[in-house]
Design a protein around this ligand. Structure first.
Ligand SMILES: [Zn+2]
Length: 464
């Protein structure tokens, strides 16, 4: 919807307002793609004509701060059995090898539609599958990025395309290793070539639902001497800069062996950390690492379902928050697409790790999945039910078996700790209905679209 779109109004039985409070009878008004007024305590008799009723609990739009769309094709193929992060990565490379701009457009459209059904209104796509087989450039060197941006548009969600620099195939005591096999598709040769390609995309013009950011894939994939052009490009554009920090103990050991410092220290010294930066998988950290992340106000993105699925470990969420890091959540490998699940696992993981309860309030967890997530993706004007914010909202049904019996007092905790993506009923993005009564209005058959797109790129699916 454009800023000139028609005025709209909704009446939420219960809604989460800025400050983390649930209020009843909230009249939410919008003109075009922005909210104009949010007024709690309005009786049904006083509503303007044409106001739509939203039963249940209304949340701001959810921000998926870390996604690799194509990993969705691996769901169910890698969960069983033993294996490790590294064996999972081999399977992921097989899917990466099969994708083209056309098949990625189809797959990502279906995946982003699944996200919309889960209440996700903005996705941060950490994108590193840039080139053709063997690293051959497409005629448009940003053909894959363009496919992802088009996919988000087709699914009705906003996207921040986090263009990831990925130059080396691994790191050991001898230093960075060359890209091999499927990894050749990720590489731009050097960081200056990466910056040129990233600039070509960002200087656009980009459609209104898309913004551009940068990513350092990891210290495994970007040699220390190549960090500056990426950091400098993000600084010059005041763009978000995301990075995989310390997902596995082995990458910390490799970084120490190669450079004599932890990944957090290496990135801090290079100037990568700060309020525009997001460290994804801040999992295996020293006390000094936590201090560096906190004092620099770096955002920490947790992806607890993926981190559990890949046996990565439990990140020190409360220590990071206490040190000064805003927290966000991401679906990462798409093991599941459910940000309510990710958000509650921040608290539940802490409880398991510490044998104590009460590290984060439901409001703090909701903020991670909404306002802070949007800000980390370069959409600070989204993620709140407030006048002037982008008109995104998510209505969660309260009549499901999971939420039946909630009251205004219990609504936020019940939603954060017990609701699932399946309870999302309506989703409005930029004042436009994208999901109504659990149905995606732009992609009629989301399971069918997922099934077809996954079948096209994961050959073993076709045989079943
Ligand atoms: Zn990731």
């Amino acid at each position: 919807m454009t800023p000139d779109g028609p005025p709209r109004a909704w009446h939420a039985a219960l809604a989460l307002l800025p400050g983390g409070e649930i209020r009843a009878g909230v009249l939410i008004e919008a003109a075009g793609d922005r909210f104009t007024r949010v007024t709690p305590g309005v009786p049904a008799a006083d509503l303007p004509p044409g106001t739509a009723a939203l039963p249940g609990v209304v949340l701001p739009g959810l921000a998926n701060a870390h996604s690799h769309a194509f990993h969705r094709a691996l769901r169910g193929l890698t969960q069983a059995g033993r294996g490790t992060f590294w064996t999972w990565r081999e399977r992921m490379y097989q899917v990466a090898a099969a994708l083209t701009p056309d098949s990625y457009l189809a797959l990502a459209t279906a995946v982003y539609a699944e996200m919309a059904l889960a209440g996700i209104t903005c996705v941060g796509e950490f994108h590193y599958l840039h080139h053709g087989p063997g690293g051959t450039r497409y005629a448009d060197p940003n053909a894959m990025s363009a496919a992802l941006i088009a996919a988000a548009g087709a699914a009705g969600v906003r996207i921040t395309l986090l263009d990831a620099c990925y130059l080396s195939g691994g790191l050991d005591a001898a230093g960075p290793q060359p890209l091999t096999g499927p990894q050749l598709r990720f590489g731009d040769g050097d960081a200056h070539a990466w910056a040129q390609r990233a600039e070509a995309l960002a200087s656009g013009p980009l459609p209104g639902h898309a913004r551009a950011g940068a990513a350092i894939h990891s210290v495994r994939a970007v040699p220390a001497g190549q960090l500056e052009p990426v950091i400098g490009w993000a600084r010059g554009r005041a763009a978000p800069l995301h990075l995989h920090l310390s997902e596995q103990v082995a990458e910390n050991q490799a970084c120490l062996a190669a450079y004599g410092v932890t990944p957090a220290q290496l990135l801090y010294d290079a100037g990568a950390l700060g309020p525009r930066a997001t460290a994804v998988h801040a999992t295996h950290l020293t006390g000094r690492d936590i201090e560096l992340l906190g004092t620099s106000s770096t955002v920490a993105c947790l992806c607890p379902t993926t981190e559990a699925d890949l046996a990565d470990g439990i990140g020190p969420a409360s220590a990071l928050a206490y040190a000064g890091c805003p927290l966000t959540v991401g679906s990462d490998s798409q093991a599941v697409v459910d940000l309510l699940e990710e958000a509650r696992r921040i608290e539940l993981g802490e409880r398991l790790a510490t044998q104590r309860r009460g590290h984060f309030t439901a409001a703090a967890l909701a903020r991670a999945a909404t306002a802070d997530g949007h800000a980390s993706l370069g959409w600070p004007e989204a993620g709140q039910l407030a006048a002037g914010a982008l008109a995104d909202l998510v209505a969660v049904r309260a009549d499901s078996p999971r939420l039946a019996g909630l009251t205004a007092a219990s609504a936020l905790a019940a939603t954060v700790f017990a609701a699932t993506a399946a309870d999302v009923r309506d989703v409005v993005i930029g004042g436009r209905d994208v999901v109504r009564d659990g149905r995606h209005l732009l992609i009629g058959d989301v399971p069918g679209a997922l099934s077809a797109a996954i079948g096209a790129v994961a050959p073993e699916r076709k045989r079943s």
